[in-house]
Design a protein around this ligand. Structure first.
Ligand code: SF4
Length: 427
């Protein structure tokens, strides 16, 4: 890897972390259903929640209401919340009706919400009970997407972590890719790994219930998303070993991620070079096309998607940006350590949020670009600051070589728009 830029003399792994525990402005974990239901083609996500939860899903899912849905909400009515009805009996009836109507469902996730937690509805026990009735045709699992004290990407982590204990035991030496990616991007990753001669490769989540991977002491796993702390812990508990690496964002991130796996599987430098040279060159060229807009500009990340640190590494090292502050909801060093090593000392690294204090720092720094949640973007735009919605980074295909240019473009676009508007105003 001699042609990769060296790590900075001092990275951020040992940098002091500003920890804040105040009011937060984030979406809840139900949001993950929007991408998970597309990924797992025979799964159904049944949110046990209120009309508010149903509205969140409907509006976040947008056009998906025209498709045969793979998610829904079992509405807890006032009488459930007041303890006047047996919510468990109603849930059992709802599930029976759903499964009768939809024989294509092979995995059913009961997804907890704030209301189900308030009334202490035990969805783990409900899942156990329903499994007895509906197995083996349908496997019923539960996790929570409740909004208090979570981030929107935590829903996926909770979902995958709930699946890990149910995966079959294996003694095979396999690579497990962990984290959901759009199918086309996952296929690109699998093709790159195949070109390196690495296999067998399995994915969690699998596209179908019948394809779920096994896990055991000879499983090595690589994360494709940085927000999978609980899943990481569950896999380690099952004896699997994590291959720590920077996340595959941009040309450098993808190369280092692949190299870490290639080293684990004893791939020669020649084979690595042959498999990666062409896509690396494409990625470099695609990033360069947008880096001009980004070079020398400052960026401030508010904690939201948990992608902040790897993205700051990409933007500073591959696009020439300067990071003012990089906020993350949680700082999981086993997972983010390699990205912290590559992020040059300088930015404030913050964990958690006290939104008012953090907005004061944004206003004082007046960065060229602020990455934040939807609720904060409009007020900041009104104050003349360019923003990027963090959620867009999770909904868009941004991993690996072929998406590196698109990833840079996502950050360049608001700056280009602002520059053009300024030019027009000056004319
Ligand atoms: S924050 Fe709570 S009540 Fe609101 S949509 Fe999410 S789970 Fe439902």
């Amino acid at each position: 890897m001699t042609d990769l830029p060296p790590p900075p003399a001092r990275g951020c792994r040992e940098a002091p972390v500003l920890k804040e525990r105040g009011q937060r402005e984030v979406f809840c974990g139900l949001t993950g259903i929007i991408w998970l239901h597309r990924k797992m083609q025979d799964a159904f996500f049944l949110v046990v929640g209120s009309r508010t939860c149903a509205h969140l899903l409907q509006s976040a899912a947008g056009v998906m209401i025209f498709a045969e849905p793979r998610f829904g909400t079992a509405i807890l009515e006032e009488k459930d919340l007041a303890g006047l009805a047996d919510a468990n009996a109603e849930l059992d009836r709802e599930v029976a009706r759903l499964l009768e109507r939809r024989p294509d469902i092979r995995q059913l996730f009961l997804v907890g919400s704030c209301p189900s937690e308030v009334i202490k509805l035990d969805l783990d026990r409900a899942a156990e009970r329903l499994n007895v009735v509906h197995a083996p045709h349908v496997r019923v699992l539960s996790y929570t997407g409740a909004g208090t004290d979570t981030t929107f990407t935590q829903g996926e982590d909770s979902c995958l972590a709930a699946m890990v204990p149910t995966l079959p035991e294996t003694t095979a030496r396999e690579l497990l890719l962990v984290g959901s990616l759009p199918d086309v991007v996952e296929d690109q990753a699998l093709a790159l790994l195949a070109a390196l001669g690495i296999g067998p490769v399995r994915c969690l989540p699998a596209r179908r219930a019948g394809e779920m991977p096994g896990v055991g002491p000879d499983t090595v796993f690589a994360l494709v998303q940085p927000f999978l702390g609980e899943t990481h812990g569950a896999l380690v508990k099952r004896g699997a070993r994590h291959v720590a690496a920077p996340f595959p964002f941009g040309e450098e991130g993808t190369t280092r991620w692949l190299r870490a796996i290639a080293d684990e599987f004893g791939v020669s430098p020649e084979t690595f070079e042959a498999a990666t040279a062409a896509p690396r060159a494409r990625a470099r060229k695609a990033v360069a096309a947008h880096a001009e807009e980004l070079r020398g500009k400052s960026i401030f990340f508010l904690p939201d998607s948990q992608l902040e640190l790897p993205l700051a590494r990409f933007l500073t090292r591959e696009c020439g940006m300067t990071a003012v502050e990089v906020g993350t909801p949680y700082l999981h060093r086993d997972i983010l350590g390699p990205d912290l090593d590559l992020l040059a000392e300088g930015p404030v690294i913050s964990e958690g949020q006290d939104v008012d204090l953090q907005l004061d720092r944004v206003r004082a720094a007046r960065p060229d670009l602020t990455v934040c949640g939807l609720g904060l973007a409009n007020p900041l735009e009104a104050e003349g600051l360019a923003t990027k919605w963090a959620i867009e980074l999770v909904f868009s295909p941004v991993h690996f070589y072929e998406q590196a240019g698109d990833l840079a473009a996502l950050f360049a676009r608001p700056l280009t728009r602002r520059r053009i508007l300024k030019l027009e105003a000056a004319e």
